[in-house]
Ligand binder design. Sequence first.
Ligand SMILES: C[S@@+](CC[C@H](N)C(=O)[O-])C[C@H]1O[C@@H](n2cnc3c(N)ncnc32)[C@H](O)[C@@H]1O
Length: 373
Amino acid sequence: MEVEKVFHMNKGEGETSYVTNSSVQKTMILKAKPLVEETIIEFYCKTFPKCLTIADMGCSSGPNSLLVISEIINVVATTCQKLCRPSPEFQVFLNDLPGNDFNTIFKSVPSFYEKLRKDWGNGFGPCLVAGVPGSFYGRLFPQNTLNIVHSSNCLHWLSQVPQEIENNNGSIHLAKTSPPNVFQAYSKQFYKDFTIFLSSRSLEIVLGGRMIIIMLGRRYSDPSTKDCSFYWELLARSLRDMVSKGLIKKAELDSFNLPYYTPNIEEVEKIIQSEGSFNLDWLETFDTDWDNSEDDQNRSDFVYDKIKSGKYVANYIRAVIESIVVSHFGDSIMDDLFSRYAEHVGDHLEKERSKHHSIVICMTKNNNQPSQL
Ligand SMILES: C[S@@+](CC[C@H](N)C(=O)[O-])C[C@H]1O[C@@H](n2cnc3c(N)ncnc32)[C@H](O)[C@@H]1O
């Protein structure tokens, strides 16, 4: 599977689209908001750039990317008002893979501009948005051009499925039954990808510029614990059901693995340190319920409506990975697969309320040369 050619969130604004099914990612972005704001104020008050250049890596097609950009712009505008300074101009780059539905996000840019004008008046900005198609595991911008880089819910996606994991039979990711070489291959691939990401951005970000990353991670060092990406084990279970019913071939399942890895904080710190061109300012973690839609969350250890919760989680997982699953199994099994998946998720959440674990990292570009590229 050529991940960078195949992978995209579900397009458009329909029932199965990322636009309609990205509120769990929005919750994560909102949880990190105070940290992002603090970083932006600190950077802005140190440098007062005439033009603030911001890049969102892995913007996708949904509303979350422009939500982040407005958070950043609003905090700068408020700071300018407090300090009686003129507003800077804002150059915003929205990056994603070439298969991303840029049209849908571009359609929302005029109303985004209109809102900024309404909130901050005509003397503000301007803010200019541009799209940048390409993989963030490589260069995307000229040297020393970016002030702020942001990326949410992307860097747990690898550039490729790790090699030599053909023996990961019956699983689609790291599972209790996965052989040791599979664990090593996944962690090695993450090491390689995250290092290239840092080195690429290191050339593009100005000295003292900031990078804020929100990504899924894992609480424990053992990647096979149930805590880590158990939603993939439930998807594998749904695929195994379909193998047993003769709806897909066992060999098809055995040869399918996800390009996905959730690191723990020690791994992330180690890679930032060994790559060397960013100082780690802070690193925090937080949890978000798989079903973040329930108002009563955290009041009990299980969900009240397993059918509703199962469907909700299955819909947002489908919006993210359908392109990858279709590229391997074809599109005829999708409705059946995700309705089985919704059932498995519901059964699981009825017994325990699982949580996603997010890592938020803030780094400052130092004057070391990148170790890669
Ligand atoms: C779950 S979406 C997150 C979208 C948005 N940032 C948010 O928080 O809602 C992950 C995005 O990362 C993008 N992505 C994955 N690998 C990428 C790569 N190598 N280069 C650029 N974008 C990538 C995907 O195409 C997808 O749009």
